[in-house]
Design a protein around this ligand. Structure first.
Ligand code: ADP
Length: 246
């Protein structure tokens, strides 16, 4: 399978400190991947580099088929190319209904939410319904987003990102602050999302990662320490030492 994203030999230094050190990572077109690692391992910097927020000092980032380099491209150009990113905190338009949030996200593909219009020329209600179903919020379409639970807001934002049709979705710690039932549902939503696109989940919660049931990449000191199934990486003695602290 050819890679959708291929990062090779990427290094990033901040004042001489290597946040990423010769990092290589690749993901296929419809693959779900968990990226784990202790604090300071480079997970955020990795997402920053892929989304164009931070420029690497060296290395290659290739995207799509035929592969093109993402190096030097702006954050918005990378978003338009199909890389979506969900930050840890939910960001939805709290004063607007769930339906209107989805409507806005649908109105213009791959556009930062901050510049979307509240009154798009046409509204695809069928697609809004479909998305609401995917994120489990069909019964909440008329509700103000600000009234949703933390978990529901996270799902709504995931739905808004899906509306923007990314080819790769980067999701930062989606399970943080969720109840057990919300986590279960989030697992399902992310697994479903990865049927038609690549999804990278950066996560601390091992139980959640286990439920994702996908290949895991362990970062440590800006490099890949181990990669494989969760059982494989958690059985690796280097991972046990640096990540699990045993
Ligand atoms: P993680 O997300 O895995 O916790 P980060 O990517 O945030 O790790 O950070 C990796 C390392 O790089 C950390 O030691 C962090 O302090 C450092 N770092 C990240 N961003 C900056 C920055 N803008 N300036 C200086 N150091 C940074």
């Amino acid at each position: 399978m050819s890679a959708l994203l291929e990062v090779s030999g990427v290094s990033v230094s901040f004042d001489g400190f290597k946040a990423l050190n010769n990092l290589s990572f690749s993901i296929g077109k419809s693959e779900l991947r968990a990226v784990i690692g202790p604090n300071g391992a480079g997970k955020t910097t990795f997402m920053d580099v892929v989304t164009g927020k931070t420029r690497p000092d060296e290395g290659r980032i290739l995207w799509g088929e035929p592969p093109v380099s993402l190096l030097g491209k702006s954050e918005s150009a990378i978003a338009v190319a199909g890389v979506g990113r969900k930050f840890q905190r939910p960001t939805v338009f709290e004063d607007q209904s769930v339906q209107d949030n989805l409507m806005m996200a649908l109105s213009k593909p791959r556009t930062p939410f901050s510049v979307l219009t509240f009154k798009p020329a046409s509204v695809d209600y069928a697609r809004i319904k479909e998305l609401a179903e995917v994120i489990g919020l069909s019964a909440e379409l008329g509700r103000k987003s600000g009234e949703l639970s933390h978990g529901q807001k996270q799902w709504l934002e995931i739905g808004m990102l899906l509306a923007q049709e990314p080819k790769l979705l980067l999701v930062d710690e989606p399970a943080a602050g969720m109840t057990t039932a919300e986590r279960e549902k989030t697992t399902r939503i992310l697994r479903d999302a990865a049927r038609d696109r690549a999804v990278v989940v950066v996560e601390h919660d091992m139980d959640f990662v286990r439920k994702l049931d996908c290949k895991v990449t362990v970062l440590h000191e800006g490099s890949v320490l181990a990669e494989g199934s969760l059982d494989h990486v958690t059985g690796n003695k280097d991972v046990i030492e640096v990540y699990l602290g045993r």
